[in-house]
Ligand binder design. Structure first.
Ligand code: AMP
Length: 404
């Protein structure tokens, strides 16, 4: 299947070619034709599957087919995302794929001055990518007019619900035209997502690429058992001995992210932390430095990391397991993107046993459990000793795959 066969026309094919995409990803192959038929879509797709192009390309195609000559630069499409980072990245994709088309886009999120956004909206835009809270500010100040919206896209809807945006989303949807096409993307299915879909979507076509609630197949996962007090040392060892050049590390708390980032800096490993307490500019800069390779380790909390999209990110480390199991799926989705194999390593101490059990229940999979020679964990833990590079310890016999 080619992008052309999916029904996209030349300005989009040209932009896709410039990105170097050769074939559509599975979600694109399934979603693009259905969206072009103007159907509502409920898509279960993890991040990293190419879902952004999966909705952006047909959206731009439909806009260009309809021409909307009489309503130039009025908001015709609204994309809602849970975080500022994801909003920025989606809008970047809109600009990238739409570069040979005449549409204007704007990104709207909180934590930055509202005036430049008002100026951009006043000039007229066709596509708005927004986080719900700041969008409501614009709605209440009447600095945005959504009366011409034909397309509503809820991206990472599960995450928006987790973050407590459900009422904000309802308020936004309430003022949108009833006649519209609605697309809902979610990495995980829950009853709350089904409810949202029943409320907002009309006889949606269900599209699923990776099975719901399973961790990405192309990510090699491992649990490294280690004592809590030696996690920093183990991480440093993995980075330096493995010569890792770009690694995303997750901590559970903002404080933990700052502390670890500081410790790594002291070790001579360049590092930056991103979390909700950092200003938007600091977050954008840290992400840009990391993408460019100027910073070797990015330490992030779950919310801040949402939406991070770096091609071929090879290593993700869970410094601490998340207490919300779905976050594990989102975290490891940062690696192994668009067909590249990635590695997700979780550093797990005895206290985190229950989190690990819940995660394995969710992903319906046993994660291989090992300990690295030199970092022997609590003797009650059953895991296989390995050497750096992943090969099993030469003298130690494997002692089973874990204690569950
Ligand atoms: P997403 O799941 O939307 O976050 O996309 C993940 C990554 O896949 C992004 O870096 C895209 O640039 C890349 N991508 C999207 N579609 C394709 C494609 N058809 N071929 C290769 N890479 C792609």
């Amino acid at each position: 299947m080619t992008f052309k066969e999916l029904g996209l026309s030349s300005p989009l094919l040209k932009a896709i070619g410039e990105q170097g995409y050769e074939t559509p990803t599975p979600i694109q192959e399934k979603a693009i034709p259905v969206i072009l038929q103007k159907k509502d879509v409920l898509a279960g797709a993890q991040t990293g599957t190419g879902k952004t192009a999966g909705f952006t390309l047909p959206l731009l195609e439909l806009l260009s087919r309809a021409k909307h000559k009489t309503q130039q630069h009025k908001v015709k499409a609204l994309v809602l995302t849970p975080t500022r980072e994801l909003a920025s990245q989606v809008e970047e994709s809109v600009r990238l794929y739409g570069k040979h088309l005449p549409y204007k886009s704007a990104v709207i999120f909180g934590g930055v001055k509202i005036n430049p956004q008002i100026v951009a909206l006043r000039k007229g835009v066709d596509i708005v990518v927004a986080t719900p809270g700041r969008l409501l500010d614009h709605i209440s100040q009447k600095t945005i007019n959504l009366a011409s919206v034909d397309f509503l896209i809820l991206d990472e809807a599960d995450r928006m619900l987790d973050m407590g945006f459900v009422n904000d989303i309802k308020k936004v949807v309430a003022i949108l035209p009833k006649e519209r096409q609605t697309l809902l993307f979610s990495a995980t299915y829950s009853d709350a997502i089904k409810k949202l879909s029943n409320q907002f979507l009309k006889s949606p076509t269900l599209i699923e690429v990776a099975r719901a609630n399973t961790s990405s197949e192309i990510v090699k996962q491992a649990v490294y058992h280690v004592d809590k007090t030696r996690k920093h040392e183990l991480l440093r060892h993995l980075i330096t001995e493995g010569k890792w050049q770009q690694v995303l590390v997750f901590t559970r708390t903002k404080h933990g992210a700052n502390r670890l980032s500081g410790q790594l800096e002291k070790d001579g490993i360049s590092s930056a932390a991103i979390h909700g307490n950092k200003s938007q500019n600091a977050r954008t800069k840290a992400l840009a430095d990391f993408k460019k390779g100027g910073v070797r380790v990015l330490v992030a909390t779950d919310i801040a990391a949402r939406g991070i999209d770096i091609d071929q990110l090879p290593h993700v480390v869970n410094y601490e397991l998340p207490n919300v199991s779905e976050d594990y799926v989102h975290r490891i989705g940062r690696t192994g993107r668009a067909g590249n194999v990635g590695e997700a390593i979780s550093l797990v101490c005895v206290d985190e046993d229950e989190f690990l059990r819940n995660i394995e229940k969710l992903i319906k999979k046993d994660i291989p459990k090992v300990w690295l020679k030199g970092f022997k964990p609590d003797p009650s833990i059953k895991a296989e000793p390995i050497n750096m590079g992943g090969n099993r310890g030469a003298r130690n016999k494997p002692r089973g795959r874990g204690r569950r």
